[in-house]
Structures are given as structure tokens and as C-alpha cells.
Design a protein around this ligand. Structure first.
Ligand SMILES: [Zn+2]
Ligand SMILES: [Zn+2]
Length: 89
């Protein structure tokens, strides 16, 4: 399983998402090397549009930053600075 592989750079605790094509996860997005490709896109970045950004949550995203107007979380996972973006125009 590719879950919870950490970046190989000492002191970096980010999850690894990059590695050589067909290889194993080695580095986070900050520490990716030349030739590395995104290997975790299916699990994290390809999040269904309009869905909560919390991994494993499939609820409709209705809350997000009032500044970016991007909906990111459902009502269960909204953060303190996120507001409902459905209620107003
Ligand atoms: Zn790293
Ligand atoms: Zn959620």
C-alpha cells in the first residue's frame, strides 16, 4: 500500500507524493527531484469536484474561504474561517 509514505528528506515529515515513474514514493512536492512524477494523484489531488476536501469524505462541499470563494469542505469539516458559499450570491 502507498498510504503514509514519508518524504525521504531528513527532517521533512510531509507525505511523499512523488517518485520515478513505476517506482516507489520518495519525496513530497517540495523535495521532488528531476524526473520525479506525481504518483499519488489518484488518491489525493484528483478529488471529485464539489466534494469535501477531507480525505474519505464524500459530502458536498458548501463551505470555503470568503476570499477565494472556493468551496472546500462540507458542514462537518469546515474550518473556523470558512463560511457557507451557498447561502449568498
Ligand atoms: Zn519533503
Ligand atoms: Zn467533509
Amino acid at each position: 500500500d502507498m498510504v503514509n509514505v514519508r518524504c525521504c528528506v531528513p527532517g521533512c515529515s510531509s507525505l511523499a507524493a512523488f517518485g520515478y515513474e513505476g517506482g516507489v514514493l520518495q519525496a513530497c512536492s517540495l523535495h521532488q527531484l528531476d524526473g520525479h512524477v506525481l504518483l499519488r494523484s489518484k488518491r489525493r489531488s484528483d478529488h471529485p469536484k464539489g466534494r469535501c476536501a477531507r480525505v474519505g469524505c464524500n459530502l458536498t462541499a458548501a463551505y470555503g474561504s470568503r476570499f477565494t470563494r472556493t468551496r472546500r469542505h462540507c458542514h462537518l469539516h469546515k474550518t473556523d474561517d470558512e463560511v457557507s458559499l451557498y447561502a449568498r450570491k
